[in-house]
Write a protein that binds this ligand. Structure first.
Ligand code: MOS
Length: 701
């Protein structure tokens, strides 16, 4: 297998609105998601969860459960198959009697039907010894300094003399900003179907899993189960969203594997309920950001400080990289960022759309709005004055940035010039009206290790294979476009195979890196194929390749940028907040499919609106569980909330980053959006709210 230095490809299919290649399957209901797979003889597994936040399981009494019709087995920590590696403590379930958080899996019930399994789970009696625990994130928690923050970034950075620069600054903004616990809440709950079989004396485990990365699941589980990677096959043909929660396997995937281990040749289906997702499938930690900005009277920043406090779980560390965007956003000679974690006896936090950038840019961009007010400057002009020539902390040039152009274009389209300078200047009947802006940014990432395969078929067609997953983003469609352009054929000549770990290696559909990573591998395989076999190949020839990374990573800072505009209306008596208009203008390199790209931007903007107005997981510190554990109590934006939302982008390309000229687009839409709305709320009412969600009570009195 070759590692190829790719050359940029010419856009023919790229840039067109190719209809979703799997659209018909989806709208007709033929697309089978993990739990939909019709697998004969499948048994059902139901999870039994701890009801104390810390302690140990002293006894699991399965008598009543086993007496229930249809229940076949109950597995607990005394009977579960042993794992060979327990270092991933989130996945190493049922290996000992310890309880690390409320909602942890403490037993599995296997039954002939899902109804029997569920009733069986209700009948299992788990005796638990409770121990004292801490489940509340407070400013006075004891904290520690993690070795790095997600995924592998520096925990702290410091340049210049921040304290002296802040003391000397003409204008100082100093405030604390908070973001809430948020839950990914994809439309499709997590589900896994697993079965073990023995072929030629060799054991294999096969799974359908609602996953953002089939190879990642295989890599995580195989060593724990004592399997070589080729003994574990994972497929994810259709996935109904993930937003990061399906980016790594969570404990339920191991539960399905262990349950199926005890029922050889019988598949086991495990569907996680919406309520169980609030304990088992990851969430965004709440964050506390202490921000200090020092500037001259002209608004030019002299010092930026962003110190973050957040939480991780006792069972497994996750360090949200909240202050990382602050490191590259604006110019200032003196700068400091840091992250500290409180260890709580709570469920394991994880990735949620733009981990780090989303909460961090809320804090930084509201602080920038406060600085604009303090300096008497238009907030767009303030940002223009603080544009860096190069990445301020690394000194590397951006491949393309063009943030100021995004603001100019957005300002023209949004009608920014008509905006009153003073807050609380516009009332429409009983509603205060205001507008606000914020910047958005997201790093462009290309993951190593991706491989693609091209094989010639009859009639000038090609099979193109890579194990990547389309979680609803349109990846199947854009990869078809990329393959067509790389092979210089029409999209109808491409037969794309994805979503199976038996296909060539693909990285996770996460970090907005999917299209960049997989597309680059497809281009490499196509160019390798043309080199090996020419452009009029006989059927049955094949080439595999991965795309070489050159030294461009050391030469450029790769980030996407955007300008977010919001208009809000706040009811003068009830505090109700509505967002009638939002606009995001982005620079993301080449847009490969305008329809699917717009859908990503709009989805991100709506998710940002949802965070700004509604989303808040409430944990009861007395018992350690999330009180809001369904979509009735954990509110997400609905259609009625998503009004007048528009997204557009600059024509651009970045051939130095990918041969397609594109960066990623999946996450940037959520970044900055909540800040734009909070800033608009201040403009409407004069009330500065420094935490999300922006509930009605903040605007009363
Ligand atoms: Mo996204 S949170 O990187 O799956």
């Amino acid at each position: 297998m070759t590692e190829l230095r790719t050359t940029p490809i010419t856009a023919r299919a790229m840039g067109t609105d190719l209809r979703r290649v799997d659209g018909l399957e989806k709208v007709t209901g033929r697309a089978a998601y993990a739990a939909d797979q019709r697998i004969p003889e499948a048994l059902s597994c139901w999870l039994v969860q701890s009801t104390v936040a810390r302690g140990r399981v002293s006894r699991v009494d399965a008598t009543a459960a086993l007496a229930h019709e249809g229940v076949l087995a109950v597995i607990d920590h005394t009977t579960a198959p042993r794992l060979e590696d327990t270092s991933n403590r989130e996945l190493a379930i049922l290996q000992d009697d310890r309880i690390h958080f409320r909602g942890q899996i403490v037993a599995l019930v296997i039954a002939a039907t899902s109804e029997a399994a569920r009733e069986g789970a209700r009948l299992v009696r788990v005796e638990q010894e409770a121990e004292p625990f801490e489940a509340e994130l407070r400013e006075d928690n004891a904290t520690y300094r993690p070795d790095s923050v997600n995924p592998d970034k520096e925990t702290d950075t410091e340049q210049g003399d921040v304290d002296a620069a802040l003391t000397a600054a003409d204008v100082l903004v100093e405030a604390t900003y908070r973001t809430a616990y948020e839950f990914n809440s994809p439309l499709e709950p997590h589900a896994t179907v697993a079965w073990w079989s023995t072929e030629d004396g060799r054991e294999t485990l096969t799974m359908y899993d609602a996953s953002q990365g089939v190879h990642g699941v295989a890599q995580a589980l195989a060593p724990m189960l004592g399997l070589a990677e080729d003994q574990l096959r994972v497929m994810a043909p259709y996935v109904g969203g993930g937003f990061g929660s399906k980016g790594q396997p969570h404990a339920h995937v191991m539960a399905a594997a262990l349950a199926a281990r005890t029922t050889p040749d019988r598949p086991v289906r495990l569907a996680v309920t919406r309520q169980q997702m609030f304990a088992l499938t990851g969430y965004r930690t709440a964050t506390i950001s202490h921000v200090r900005l020092g500037a001259g009277r002209d608004g030019r920043l002299t010092a930026i400080e962003h110190r973050v406090q957040e939480q991780t779980s006792a069972v497994k560390e996750f360090a949200e990289q909240t202050a990382t965007p602050t490191r590259m956003m604006y110019q200032a000679p003196h700068r400091r960022t840091s992250h500290r974690l409180a260890v709580l006896d709570v469920a394991v936090p994880s990735w949620m759309r733009a981990p780090g950038e989303m909460p961090g840019m809320f804090a930084h961009e509201v602080a920038m709005d406060e600085l604009a007010v303090a300096c008497g400057l238009d907030p767009i002009e303030l940002r223009r004055r603080n544009e860096p020539d190069v990445d301020p902390e690394t000194g590397l040039p951006f491949d393309t940035r063009r943030l100021t152009e995004c603001f100019e274009r957005g300002a023209a389209r949004f009608g920014w010039a008509d905006r009153p300078t003073r807050p609380r200047a516009t009332r429409d009947g009983e509603w205060w009206v205001g507008t606000g802006v914020a910047s958005a940014t997201y790093p462009a990432m290309r993951m190593p290790g991706n491989v693609a395969r091209v094989e010639s078929l009859d009639g000038g067609c090609y099979a193109v294979s890579i194990g990547s997953v389309d979680i609803g983003t349109g990846a199947r469609t854009v990869l078809t476009q990329i393959a067509a352009d790389a092979l210089e054929v029409g999209t109808e000549a491409i037969d794309l195979h994805i979503a199976d770990s038996s296909l060539p290696m693909a990285s996770v559909a996460g970090g907005s890196s999917g299209t960049s990573s997989w597309g680059s591998a497809i281009v490499a395989a196509a160019q390798q194929f043309r080199h090996d076999h020419g452009d009029r190949p006989d059927p049955g020839l094949r080439s595999e390749a991965s795309a070489m990374r050159g030294d461009e990573v050391e030469q450029y800072s790769f980030h996407s940028f955007g300008a977010v505009f919001a208009q809000v209306r706040i009811h003068r008596y009830t505090g109700e907040l509505r967002v009638p208009r939002m606009l995001g203008v982005y620079n993301v390199g080449r847009v490969i499919n305008p329809t699917t790209a717009r859908s990503q931007f709009l989805g991100g903007l709506i998710m940002g609106l949802s965070a700004a107005l509604f989303e808040e997981g409430v944990r009861d510190p007395r018992f350690g569980h999330m009180v809001t554990q369904d979509l009735a109590s954990y509110h997400v934006a609905s259609h009625a909330d998503a009004l007048g939302i528009e997204a557009e982008w600059l024509e651009d390309e970045t051939p130095v980053f990918t041969p397609m000229g594109s960066r990623g687009i999946g996450e940037i839409g959520i970044v900055g959006t909540a800040a734009a709305i909070a800033n608009a709320a201040h403009h409407a009412t004069g009330v500065r709210v420094r935490s999300i969600p922006l509930t009605a009570d903040r605007f009363l009195g």
